[in-house]
Every structure is written in structure tokens, then in C-alpha cells.
Ligand binder design. Structure first.
Ligand SMILES: [Zn+2]
Length: 281
């Protein structure tokens, strides 16, 4: 397995609605600098180029970008995104001023790549996971590369019940419509960190158990990782989730269900890993 020093010279960029963070590995340690996301992309572009060059000490060996979407990741393009007023942005074009390859992917995939290679999934060959936040993101990493399928994969929108609550995507009964922070708030009027009732978490764990069992049986990952703020509820969520998943899944052994390790740095680490390993075949 690669050492942290093998990632030196590569630059990761984590594009967020509030801030843009640029990171690199120096002497085996992560260094991160950031700035507030400007409304103007040309302004962001200049600052990303300047920081990437400065932190890499010249031309980076590669640049990896995690961005909210929708994206055309093959073309390195952001189409538009709900929380930043940018449209039709070519991140790929950064390759020319920086003199290096540029790889772009959506933020859930990039954070998942970091967890698979450097975090909770390191050493495993096939890693799937969910990011539990306002929505439910999903990723699968196979042998160090992000799996996309034809468009991309949307495990948060797997249907648990076609007559269930309406989801943000327009369908009914998606996992996200039951177990995202948004769904929980809509139902209870409380944020997940304000709810301590074990019976409530037992129910949420039941929806998530269906989600992880489906992933286990469809993809066959070595481990399944859960990331996002809700995992901070610890055993209140994880104990009933692991218990139900193991009890309900009969046909195959259940993959271990692990909590993500890299926290809010996952996006930056993932950009650096993507910069080094690229998208693969
Ligand atoms: Zn949905």
C-alpha cells in the first residue's frame, strides 16, 4: 500500500458552498489552505491556481477536484449546482495554466475515495458507503477507482417502499426520504443531534439496515462505510444498525459496517488521491 509520502506533489481541491479548500501532503502531513467561495468563478480560478502552485512548489503532479454537482466528470465540467452561482464551468481547463492532469468528481465520490484508500476502508479492495447528511450520498470504490456505472450511482435513492414518503428526487419511499437529516427534521421537528430516544434510532437503523443489506447483496463490498454528522450519534445508531443488518441478511455474510475516519478532511484527502490515481479505465 502507498505511503503518505507517495502523495506529495499532488494537490486536492474541495469545492464547497461556503469555502474552497486546497490541500497537499508535505513531509507525510496534510497541509490545507482555504478561502471563502467567491460568487465569481474567474476569481476562484485565480486563487486555486495560485494556491496550488504555491503549495506544490511549482507545477503540481496532478490536481484532483471534489465538487458539488451535477457534473460531467468525464469532461471535468460543472454543469450547475444549487448552492454556488456558477454555471458551465470547465475545471479541466485548469490543467493548462497548472501544467498537470486534472481529475474531477462529485464530493461524495471523492470523500468515499479518501475513506477507501486512506481511511476506514484502507486495505479493502471494494468499498461502498453512504454519506448521511441533508441528503444521503452513496459511493463505491473498486481497487482505488470510483465506480460510476452509466451515469453515476444513487444508493440514497434506492426504493424501500413505493408508497412511502415523497423524496426530494420526486420518487416515493427512497432511503433518503426515511433516514436523511432532512427527512428526520421534517418528521420530528428536531435535528438528529437533538433526538435521544433509542426507539426512534432503532427505527432509523431499520431503514439504514435495508440500505446496507441491499448494497451488501448487490455489490459485495469488503466493507461498508457510513460518513456524515449522524454517525456521531455512535452506538445509539450503530448498535441497532449492525444488529438488524446481521440479523436480517441471510443469503450472504454481512460486510463490516464501519464509521468514516477522515471527517471533514475526507474531501481534501480524496482530491489528492484522485490526483494521483486518476479515474482508471
Ligand atoms: Zn429519492
Amino acid at each position: 500500500m502507498a505511503e503518505m509520502t507517495d502523495y506529495e506533489g499532488y494537490v486536492g481541491v474541495d469545492i464547497g458552498g461556503q469555502s474552497i479548500r486546497v490541500g497537499t501532503i508535505r513531509n507525510g502531513e496534510l497541509e490545507v489552505r482555504g478561502f471563502e467561495t467567491p460568487a465569481s468563478y474567474p476569481e476562484a480560478r485565480e486563487r486555486i491556481i495560485a494556491l496550488a502552485r504555491e503549495m506544490a512548489g511549482g507545477s503540481p503532479r496532478g490536481l484532483g477536484i471534489g465538487s458539488p454537482g451535477p457534473l460531467d466528470w468525464r469532461a471535468g465540467k460543472l454543469l450547475w449546482t444549487p448552492n454556488i452561482p456558477w454555471k458551465e464551468i470547465s475545471y479541466a481547463e485548469l490543467g493548462e495554466p497548472l501544467g498537470c492532469p486534472v481529475y474531477v468528481d462529485n464530493d461524495a465520490n471523492v470523500a468515499g475515495l479518501a475513506e477507501a484508500v486512506l481511511g476506514a476502508g484502507r486495505g479493502a479492495e471494494i468499498v461502498s458507503g453512504f454519506t448521511l447528511g441533508t441528503g444521503i450520498g452513496f459511493f463505491t470504490i473498486m481497487h482505488g477507482h470510483i465506480y460510476h456505472g452509466r451515469f453515476d450511482v444513487e444508493g440514497g435513492h434506492q426504493m424501500l417502499n413505493p408508497e412511502g414518503p415523497v423524496c426530494g428526487c420526486g420518487a416515493r419511499g427512497c432511503l433518503e426520504a426515511y433516514a436523511s437529516a432532512t427527512a428526520i427534521e421534517a418528521r420530528t421537528g428536531k435535528r438528529p443531534d437533538q433526538i435521544d430516544d433509542p426507539a426512534f434510532w432503532d427505527e432509523i437503523a431499520g431503514y439504514l439496515a435495508q440500505g446496507v443489506i441491499n448494497v451488501n447483496n448487490l455489490i459485495g463490498p469488503d466493507v461498508i462505510i457510513l460518513a456524515g454528522g449522524m454517525t456521531q450519534r455512535g452506538d445509539l445508531l450503530m448498535e441497532p444498525l449492525r444488529r438488524k443488518a446481521n440479523e436480517w441478511c441471510k443469503i450472504l455474510p454481512m460486510a463490516p459496517i464501519l464509521i468514516a475516519e477522515l471527517g471533514h478532511q475526507a474531501g481534501i484527502y480524496g482530491g489528492i488521491v484522485l490526483a494521483r490515481l486518476g479515474h482508471g479505465a
